[in-house]
Design a protein around this ligand. Structure first.
Ligand code: ACO
Length: 432
C-alpha cells in the first residue's frame, strides 16, 4: 500500500504522507499542506475528513460493519449488556469480573442527584424540551464536582473514573427525573441494589408504596436499545464532544455540548421524527406513499425519517438488530403495535423505490428504536434523551482520547471565505 501521496498544484508537486488505519482505512495527511503550499483542503461538513485517530469504534459504511474496540456489534448485542459494553467502549477491554463489579458499584453510588441540583430542574417550565433540560443539567455538573472538572486535562484525567461514572449514572437519573417532572409526579430515588437499566425503569415508573419491577424482556429490550447507541464513531454529537473537549473543557461540559448537537432531528431527534411520521400515517389511514413521494422531492424538510445515513451506504447493522428485536419484544410483551406494521410496509416500499435504491438509503437505527421504546412505556418526547443515555459511553471515551493525547491540538478547522471583499465604512446618513 502507498506510504506517500502527492498533490500537484500548477507545476509544483507536494508530497503528502499516507496514514493507514488498523483495518486498512487509507488517509492522506494534509496537515502540512497549507504551510507548504498556501492551500487548505475543502470538505464541507467534514464528510471525507479524518478529524482524529481513534481506537474506539470501527465503522465500514459500505459493508454495514460496526465494531467497538474490535468486537462486532452483533456479538455485543447478543452476548453483552449495556453496562459491560459501556465499560468496553470507555476502557478498551471487556471487564474481568472484578472490574465489572467495581464499575457497577461506581455507577450505583453516583446515581443520586443532589437536592440543590434538583432545584435547577424544577426551575424549568414543565413544557420545556427534555433535551434542553438534560443538556442544562449536565452542564451544571461541574458546579457540583469542581475537583473533577477543572478544565485541566492532567487534573481531570486523574479523576476520570469518577467523572465517567458520574456522567453515565447521573445522565440516566436526570432523564428519569425529567420524565417525572413533566408528568407532575414526585421524583423517585435510585435504589443501590438495582442494576443500571432496572434502576432507570424504577426511577421512571415506580409509585409510592408500589415499586415497578420490569419483566425481564423489558429490561433486556432497554439494555439492547442503549447498547446499540453506545458509540458510533465521529458522528455529529461525538465530534462536538471532541471539539469542545479539545479546548481543555472538562468531561461534563463537553458532553453537554454533545447533547445539544444530538437534539437535532437529523441526528438524535430522528427517533421522535420517525414516530411522528408513523403516527401520522396511521392517523390518516395512509399507506406511507405520501411520505415517500414527499421525500423524493429532494427537500431536506421532507426526508423519510429513519432512512439514510451520513456514513452507511448499506444496511445500518444496528437497524437490522433492532428491527428483529422489535418483533421478539412486542410478541413477548403481547403488544400489537400498528406502527410496527406501518414501519415494515414503509421500509419495503422504500427499498423497492428507485430513488432510495439508487442513493443507497436504508433504514437506520432510529427507524425501529422508537417502537421498542414505546413498548417499554417511554413517551415519544423522551426518545432523544434515551439516545443520550446510550451514547454517554461514546462521549466519555472520545473525550478521554482527546484529553489523553499528548500530540492533540485544539480543533480549529479553516474555511474558504466567500463574503464581501474589503470595503470602507459608510456613515448612517449616507446609507439608502
Ligand atoms: N429521505 C429522502 N432523501 C434522502 C434521505 C432521506 N431520509 N437521506 C438522504 N437523502 C438524499 C439526499 O437528499 C441526497 O439526494 P441527492 O443526491 O439527490 O442530493 C442523497 O440522498 C444522498 O444524501 P446523503 O449525502 O447520503 O445524506 P447526508 O449525508 O447529507 O445526510 C442524513 C445523512 C442526515 C442521516 C440523512 O440521510 C437524513 O436526513 N436522514 C433522515 C434523518 C435521520 O434518520 N437521521 C438519523 C441519522 S442516524 C443517527 O443520527 C443515529
Amino acid at each position: 500500500m502507498a506510504t506517500t501521496a502527492s498533490l500537484k498544484i500548477d507545476d509544483k508537486e507536494y508530497p503528502l504522507p499516507v496514514i493507514i488505519g488498523t483495518e486498512g482505512e487509507k488517509a492522506v495527511d494534509t496537515r502540512a499542506l497549507r504551510t507548504a503550499s498556501g492551500y487548505v483542503s475543502f470538505d464541507q461538513g467534514y464528510g471525507n475528513t479524518g478529524s482524529c485517530e481513534s481506537q474506539i469504534t470501527y465503522l465500514d459504511g459500505d459493508n454495514g460493519i460496526l465494531r467497538h474496540r474490535g468486537y462486532p456489534i452483533e456479538q455485543l448485542a447478543h452476548f453483552s449488556d449495556f453496562v459491560e459494553t459501556a465499560y468496553l467502549v470507555i476502557y478498551g477491554e471487556l471487564p474481568n469480573p472484578a472490574q465489572r463489579k467495581e464499575f457497577g458499584l461506581n455507577l450505583r453510588k453516583n446515581a443520586v442527584i443532589e437536592t440543590q441540583m434538583q432545584k435547577i430542574l424544577e426551575g424549568f417550565p414543565t413544557s420545556a424540551s427534555p433535551m434542553a433540560m438534560l443538556s442544562a443539567m449536565v452542564s451544571a455538573l461541574p458546579a457540583y464536582y469542581p475537583h473533577l472538572a477543572t478544565n485541566n486535562f492532567e487534573q481531570d484525567l486523574k479523576h476520570f473514573d469518577s467523572a465517567a461514572a458520574i456522567a453515565m449514572s447521573k445522565i440516566r437519573t436526570i432523564v428519569a427525573m425529567i420524565y417525572r417532572y413533566q408528568k407532575g409526579l414526585p421524583f423517585v430515588f435510585p435504589k443501590q441494589e438495582l442494576p443500571f437499566c432496572e434502576n432507570f425503569l424504577h426511577m421512571l415508573f415506580s409509585e409510592p408504596y408500589q415499586d415497578y419491577v420490569p419483566v425481564p424482556e423489558v429490561a433486556k429490550a432497554l439494555n439492547l436499545v442503549l447498547l446499540l447507541h453506545a458509540d458510533h464513531e465521529q458522528n455529529c454529537s461525538t465530534s462536538t464532544v471532541r471539539m469542545v473537549g479539545s479546548s481543555a473543557s472538562n468531561l461534563f461540559t463537553s458532553i453537554s455540548a454533545g447533547i445539544c448537537a444530538l437534539a437535532g432531528p437529523l441526528h438524535g431527534g430522528a427517533n421522535v421524527a420517525v414516530m411522528q411520521m408513523l403516527q401520522s400515517i396511521h392517523d390518516e389511514g395512509d399507506d406511507g406513499s405520501r411520505f415517500i413521494a414527499a421525500a423524493k422531492s429532494g427537500s431536506k424538510s421532507n426526508r423519510l425519517m429513519g432512512f439514510g445515513h451520513a456514513v452507511y451506504r448499506n444496511f445500518d447493522p444496528r437497524a437490522k438488530i433492532i428491527g428483529e428485536a422489535c418483533d421478539t419484544v412486542l410478541t413477548r410483551l403481547g403488544i400489537d403495535d400498528p406502527l410496527l406494521k406501518i414501519a415494515k410496509n414503509l421500509e419495503q416500499a422504500a427499498l423497492k423505490d428507485d430513488y432510495f435504491v439508487s442513493r443507497r438509503l436504508y433504514p437506520n437505527v432510529d427507524f425501529y428504536s422508537g417502537i421498542i421504546m414505546r413498548a417499554i412505556g417511554i413517551p415519544m418526547n423522551m426518545f432523544t434523551t434515551m439516545f443520550a443515555i446510550g451514547r454517554a459511553p461514546g462521549y466519555i471515551a472520545n473525550w478521554r482520547e482527546v484529553a489523553a493525547n499528548p500530540k492533540g491540538r485544539i480543533y480549529r478547522p479553516r474555511q474558504i471565505y466567500m463574503g464581501a471583499v474589503k470595503r470602507d465604512y459608510v456613515p448612517m446618513a449616507q446609507r439608502a
